[in-house]
Design a protein around this ligand. Structure first.
Ligand code: ADP
Ligand code: MG
Length: 603
């Protein structure tokens, strides 16, 4: 009788499977476990997590780590590195000032132009001159309004007001002229004084028309075509607002610095192909698919992509102790995305939606660091450790325990950092591939497109359906179904879009509609996983034709998702392939395939 532990070290999770070989050579599975991977995959840091995982698994069946005869870890997959993800875009930094937020209750309406004047200096305002008044919080409406009326009577042209408190309507109702008033401007002390300013408030139910248009701003300020270019991001960020303010800072102070998105250099044996990140994901992926045996991918230095890719390499060099020249990027996945960019010069945290390309990169080193892990694990547990089998083969062996499967079999392992595929035939030959981009990239896209700056919430949005809290007794689930409650919900959920995590409701603190978030989530999943499934399967398929693959088992953490498997299956049904979610050993669902394969392959 022998006790075997199979251990799969992934980028996100470490999975363990415990099996017993009986005296008649039959195999019996005893238990399994799953823990977070400690440290970057393929480094000695992993040992801590591995031991924790093994302890958890053996304790479920009242055994000890020392009872184990052999621990089998997967052979260094060619890809040991984590993937890097970033959204790449040209960054324009302009130093002109603007306020473009949507206070709930601006006052008056129309367009006003004038020089910004602090309320404290209203007495010094000159007749027949045009002003925009800047009113800080310490001036209440019943002081501001009479002073404005007084100035108007003297012939001073007060054409608008910027107010710090939420009192635009109160002021508007008490003055003798209809002027646009923007309120709730948090950083009022940042509003430059004595500068030309335009203020626009749309009529009820409408949005602003002039300041959201670069030519509108240009004509109000008499800008040259050159200067108009600088105001494009400002105008873009103001689209859809009810009110806005743009202040012209003196020429010479408007500086612009551009960090270009940059070019990609894809190196194969024969040439180097070059493509601009700005040409978009489709063209990048098209070019990539035409190049066989990519040796390395680099980014243009001094650009955003150059910075990202060289960071990935130096990070990997640091983790493995390998020289940076030996670290290569073998694959990237590019996805078109949009990101809210903070507009510099903004005074109410304005953002503009910019097109960007999200990139996941796959790094490879030639070193075999699994040996180090094996040595350390053996020293710390006192159990014999063996490096056994390529990850993809093990995954295929494990997947074969799914009822209804047979050889030849293909697996699609949808993990956190990478999407891996392998084909195992009757003769035991295997073809496998590792591609950049999987579950973490989906989380990153949700995080950046929603402007959340919160990966934890983005991860929850990825994994669970949403609902809109329509009253304290009622929610509308994203599938259209309405659910009623006998007890009132927590008041802070009212009016919010919430994540339905089992019984728990997590509010999303963001103004986006439920429909928009659902769309972002679904499109991100589709772009990453459908594209990677097709890329991976056509590489491993006999004669590179997906139709030659008889059946596919989906495994890995992302196969647990409530919509990713359907999206992939729907696409593959076009090729008439039997494809489904794995159910490893009839009990694990799509998890534990590699660990299970490691135990099976001992026989
Ligand atoms: P790896 O083999 O790289 O360690 P895993 O197979 O553990 O990766 O998969 C990790 C990924 O699976 C993460 O991106 C995680 O968000 C995703 N994931 C885990 N559980 C779920 C779930 N219930 N629904 C959707 N995605 C999930
Ligand atoms: Mg994995």
């Amino acid at each position: 009788m022998k006790l075997i532990a199979g251990v799969d070290i992934g980028n996100s999770t470490t999975e363990v499977c415990i099996g017993r070989i009986k005296d008649d050579s039959s195999l019996e599975f005893l238990s399994s476990s799953m823990v977070f991977t400690t440290g970057a995959k393929g480094t000695a840091e992993n040992v801590k997590g591995i031991i924790r995982g093994i302890e958890e698994a053996v304790s479920k069946v009242n055994l000890k780590v020392s009872d184990i005869d052999i621990i089998r870890i997967n052979e260094a997959a060619p890809v040991i590195g984590d993937t890097a993800m970033e959204t790449i875009t040209e960054t324009i930094i302009t130093e002109s000032t603007m306020i473009g937020h949507n206070p709930k209750t601006p006052g008056g309406f129309g367009i006003g132009k004038g020089i910004t004047l602090h309320f404290d200096h209203i007495e010094k305002a000159e007749a027949n001159k045009q002003y925009i008044l800047v009113i800080p919080e310490y001036i209440p409406f019943d002081v501001a309004a009479p002073a404005i009326n007084n100035a108007l009577k003297k012939g001073v042209q007060i054409n608008g007001a910027i107010v710090q408190s939420d009192e635009a309507v109160l002021i508007s109702n008490r003055i003798n002229k209809t002027i646009p008033i923007v309120d709730e401007v948090k950083y009022i002390d940042k509003v430059p004084l004595g500068m030309p300013c335009i203020l626009e408030v749309a009529d009820t139910g409408k949005t602003i028309q002039t300041l959201s248009n670069p030519y509108g701003i240009a004509s109000m300020f008499n800008l040259t075509p050159e200067q108009t270019k600088y105001v494009v991001p400002i105008a873009k960020s103001l689209i859809g607002n009810r009110s806005a303010v743009v202040i012209k800072t003196p020429s010479g102070e408007v500086k612009e610095r551009v960090i270009p998105a940059g070019k990609l250099y894809i190196k194969s044996q024969k040439h180097i192909e070059t493509i601009d990140i700005d040409s978009g994901a489709e063209e990048i992926m098209n070019l990539l698919s035409k190049i066989d045996n990519i040796e390395d991918i680099e980014g243009e230095s001094g650009t955003n992509i150059g910075g990202m890719l060289s960071n990935v390499k130096s990070n990997m060099a640091y983790l493995t102790g390998e020289a940076i020249e030996n670290i290569k990027i073998k694959d990237i996945l590019a996805i078109d995305t949009v990101i809210p960019l903070k507009v510099r010069g903004g005074i109410a945290e304005e953002t503009a939606m910019e097109n960007a390309v999200a990139i996941a990169a796959m790094v490879k080193t030639d070193r075999l660091p699994m040996k180090k892990i094996a040595e350390k694990l053996q020293a710390e547990t006192g159990v014999y450790v063996e490096i056994a089998g390529v990850e993809a083969v093990m995954a295929a062996l494990g997947a074969l325990t799914t009822p209804g499967t047979k050889l030849p079999i293909a697996i699609l392992d949808m993990g956190g950092g990478s999407t891996d595929a392998a084909l195992l035939d009757e003769k035991g030959t295997v073809k496998s591939i590792h591609l950049a981009g999987a579950g973490e990239l989906v989380t990153m896209i949700i995080n950046s497109e929603m402007g959340l700056s919160n990966r934890t919430i983005a991860e929850e949005i990825k994994k669970h359906p949403l609902a809109k809290v329509e009253s304290l007794y009622q929610i509308r689930v994203e599938n259209g179904y309405t659910k009623f409650f006998d007890e009132p919900l927590r008041p802070e959920l009212y009016g919010r879009v919430v994540i339905l995590k089992g019984e728990e409701m997590i509010p999303i603190l963001n103004d986006m509609s439920m429909e928009k978030i659902v769309e972002i989530r679904k499109v991100a999943k589709k772009k990453v996983f459908v594209q990677n499934a097709l890329r991976a399967l056509s590489i491993i398929a006999p004669m590179n034709n997906i139709r030659n693959i008889p059946n596919i088992v989906l495994v890995g953490g992302s196969a647990l998702d409530f919509e990713i498997p359907e999206l992939v299956m729907e696409e593959l049904s076009k090729y008439k392939i039997v494809c489904g979610r794995g159910n490893i050993r009839k009990v694990e669902g799509p998890r534990n395939a590699v660990a299970t394969g490691l135990v099976i392959s001992y026989l």
